[in-house]
Structures are given as structure tokens and as C-alpha cells.
Write a protein that binds this ligand. Structure first.
Ligand code: HEC
Ligand code: HEC
Ligand code: HEC
Ligand code: HEC
Ligand code: HEC
Length: 218
């Protein structure tokens, strides 16, 4: 009887047996790396918006406080995006015929909200609350970067669990006096660690349980 399988067939079979799972592992790893890459998570990439809203112009040049527009940030989990009405308090007077503001006027006339694209979006299974961070002295800039320099808004952090945990393990590295929370020019002192520990005492920051799964996944 002739040989049914040539020795070469063996080598090919081995190649297939080893090769396919290897290929699967490599492509899974590549896919994972891609999903976590800065390109996919859109870090440092400005988001296109229906109106090219500039924090640089409104915060740095016009000097408007974050809380004038993000009204929920001190009392609620959500900072909130301002309604068209907020824009119209100024833009019914200034730049009132500018073509760039046409979508704002359309929204005002029709009552249909402007469809802002979300820049930050945590998965639904994560619980986050602005008010506690603001009350305990975590600056907007610590999590959102120098928003006052952004002509269009982008993310400076990927909002991964390890990023939240980095601070929840050692909040003293990041805390500032609560009255400096919205400041975009605040500079931490040289002895931040000692100062941070003092702030933990002063502002009654509860460090126990901050890394428990239940704190963020409830
Ligand atoms: C005049 C109103 C106004 C002021 C003042 C303002 N913002 Fe905003 N902010 C907006 C609008 C409108 C958007 C939605 C469009 C965008 O993402 O740029 C926004 C979006 C954002 C976002 C992204 C939200 C998302 O989708 O994830 C952050 C973060 C933010 N603002 C932080 C700040 C901080 C910090 C300050 C103060 C330094 C500030 N804003 C001041 C109007 C304002
Ligand atoms: C408290 C007053 C005030 C409010 C509220 C306000 N703006 Fe403005 N806006 C200004 C001023 C002042 C300028 C001119 C800024 C400049 O030229 O430096 C401006 C300019 C603009 C421009 C022209 C382009 C630019 O950035 O220079 C756009 C677009 C704009 N605003 C959109 C908005 C939108 C959208 C909202 C609501 C989310 C809003 N503004 C709320 C004061 C305001
Ligand atoms: C501890 C980090 C942290 C601090 C401090 C912080 N933010 Fe945020 N912010 C986030 C995260 C995380 C999200 C995304 C929330 C989500 O997807 O549910 C977010 C979302 C937002 C949004 C989008 C709308 C919303 O309510 O989800 C705005 C606007 C915003 N932040 C403004 C601010 C302003 C203004 C301050 C300072 C007064 C501030 N944030 C302080 C982490 C922070
Ligand atoms: C730079 C520091 C910092 C970062 C980053 C940060 N946190 Fe916090 N977080 C704090 C501090 C400080 C507190 C207040 C602890 C206290 O006194 O109760 C807090 C409290 C919380 C609480 C409230 C706990 C309670 O008892 O209600 C939740 C929920 C939370 N953080 C979720 C998150 C999530 C989710 C992220 C990431 C998306 C995050 N935090 C990122 C510093 C931080
Ligand atoms: C300070 C907030 C915080 C705490 C505490 C926390 N997580 Fe998370 N977790 C997050 C955030 C934010 C995400 C979503 C972003 C990401 O995927 O990294 C997440 C995502 C996850 C995921 C999704 C899988 C993944 O990595 O993509 C799992 C599983 C998870 N957490 C398990 C846990 C467990 C178990 C604990 C307790 C040991 C825990 N978490 C504690 C904030 C937290």
C-alpha cells in the first residue's frame, strides 16, 4: 500500500495545528492593543461638534466660570452640558448674526437641543459622581486637563480603572484646596504629599474603602 500521507503532510498538519491558535492569540492581542490605543480611545483628539464651541475663547478670553455652564457639577453626579438658553443669554446680544452661531439660533427657535457629541463616556457599569470630587478638592484640570486652552474639546485621560485607582490609592498626591477646584492656573506646592495629607484631615476625605469594587461598581 502506498503512503497515504507524505512526510511533508505531517509538517503542514503541525503548522496548522500550532499556527491557527497562534494566529488567533496574536490577532486577539493586536485587537486588544488597538482597542486601548490612543487612536481608538480618541485621547488628545478634538471632537467635531455641531457648533465649534471654544473653551479657550469662553474661559480664557471671556473669563466665564465653569459652573456658569456646567451647573450640576457641585451638587450632582453630572456636570451637565448647558442648554441653548445659556448660550442665548449672551448670543442674543453679541455675535447675534454670526453664521457660525446659526445652529444655536435654529435650536433656540425650534426648541430642539443641540446634539453635542460626548467627549467622555464611561461604561454604564461604572458609577461616577462629580459633586464628591469637587467638594473634596479634586480639580477639574486634574481629570480634564487644561480645558481653558482647548479650541475644541478633547480628552486628556483614557478614564481606565487603573487611572481612577491610582488616585483612590493615594489621593494626597492630587488634592488641592476646594476653593481652587475650577482654577486652571493652580500650581501644586513643592511639598504636595505633606500638603495633601493635611487637606485629607481638614476636608475629612474618607480614604477607607476608596478602592473597594463596590465604590465604583454598584
Ligand atoms: C459658556 C459655557 C461653558 C463654560 C464657561 C465652560 N464650558 Fe465646558 N462645555 C460647554 C459646552 C457647550 C460643551 C459641549 C461641547 C464640547 O464638548 O466642547 C462643554 C464640554 C465640556 C467638557 C466635555 C464634556 C463631555 O462631553 O465629556 C468638559 C470636560 C468641560 N466642558 C469642562 C469645562 C471646564 C473645566 C470649564 C471651566 C474651566 C468649562 N467647561 C467651562 C460649555 C461651557
Ligand atoms: C457669558 C457670555 C457667553 C455665553 C453664555 C456664551 N458665549 Fe459664546 N461667546 C461669548 C463671547 C464674549 C464671544 C467672543 C469671544 C472672542 O471672540 O474671543 C463668544 C463667541 C462665540 C462663538 C464664536 C467663535 C469663537 O469661539 O470665538 C461661538 C461659536 C460661541 N460663542 C458659541 C457659544 C455657545 C454654543 C454657547 C452656549 C453653550 C455660548 N457661546 C455661550 C460669550 C458667551
Ligand atoms: C475625578 C475626576 C473628575 C473631576 C475632578 C471632574 N471631572 Fe468631569 N468628568 C469626569 C468623568 C469620569 C466624566 C465622564 C462621566 C461619565 O461618562 O459618566 C466627566 C464628565 C464631565 C462632563 C460631561 C457631562 C457630564 O456631566 O457627564 C463635563 C461637562 C465635565 N465632566 C465637567 C467638569 C468640570 C467643570 C469639573 C470641575 C468643576 C469636572 N468635570 C471635574 C471626571 C472628572
Ligand atoms: C485625582 C483623584 C481622583 C481621581 C482621578 C478619581 N477619584 Fe474618585 N474620589 C477621589 C476622592 C478624593 C474622593 C472622595 C472620598 C471621600 O471623601 O468620600 C472620591 C470619591 C469617589 C466616589 C464616591 C464614593 C462615595 O462614597 O460616594 C466614587 C464613586 C468615585 N470617587 C469614583 C471614581 C471613578 C469611577 C473614577 C475614575 C473614572 C474616579 N473616582 C477618579 C479622588 C479621585
Ligand atoms: C475607583 C473606581 C473603581 C474601582 C474602585 C474599581 N473599578 Fe473596576 N472599573 C472602573 C472603571 C472606570 C472601569 C471602566 C474603564 C476600564 O475598562 O478600565 C472599570 C472596569 C472594570 C471591569 C471591566 C473589564 C475591563 O477591565 O475592561 C471589571 C471586570 C472591573 N472593573 C472589576 C473591578 C473589581 C473586581 C474591582 C475591585 C477589586 C474594581 N473593578 C474596582 C473603576 C473602578
Amino acid at each position: 500500500m502506498g503512503q497515504l500521507f507524505l512526510p511533508r503532510a505531517n509538517a503542514i498538519a503541525r503548522l496548522i495545528v500550532v499556527g491557527i491558535p497562534l494566529l488567533a492569540v496574536v490577532s486577539a492581542a493586536a485587537l486588544f492593543a488597538y482597542a486601548r490605543s490612543d487612536f481608538w480611545t480618541k485621547i488628545d483628539t478634538p471632537f467635531d461638534q455641531p457648533v465649534p464651541f471654544s473653551h479657550k475663547h469662553h474661559v480664557a478670553d471671556a473669563g466665564i466660570d465653569c459652573r456658569y455652564c456646567h451647573t450640576g457639577v457641585e451638587q450632582s453626579p453630572f456636570a451637565g452640558i448647558p442648554p441653548t438658553e445659556t448660550c442665548m443669554t449672551c448670543h442674543s446680544q453679541i455675535w447675534k448674526d454670526a453664521p457660525i452661531l446659526q445652529p444655536v439660533r435654529d435650536s433656540w427657535q425650534t426648541g430642539r437641543p443641540i446634539k453635542w457629541q460626548r467627549v467622555h463616556d464611561l461604561p454604564d457599569y461604572v458609577y461616577f459622581d462629580h459633586s464628591i470630587h469637587v467638594a473634596k478638592g479634586v480639580g477639574c484640570a486634574t481629570c480634564h486637563g487644561q480645558v481653558n486652552e482647548m479650541p475644541l474639546t478633547w480628552k486628556t485621560q483614557q478614564l481606565y480603572m487603573r487611572w481612577c485607582l491610582d488616585c483612590h490609592r493615594q489621593p494626597e498626591k492630587f488634592l488641592r484646596p476646594p476653593n481652587e477646584v475650577v482654577s486652571m492656573s493652580y500650581q501644586p506646592p513643592r511639598d504636595q504629599l505633606a500638603f495633601g495629607k493635611q487637606l485629607i484631615q481638614q476636608n475629612k476625605v474618607h480614604t477607607a474603602g476608596l478602592t473597594d469594587c463596590y465604590t465604583c461598581h454598584r
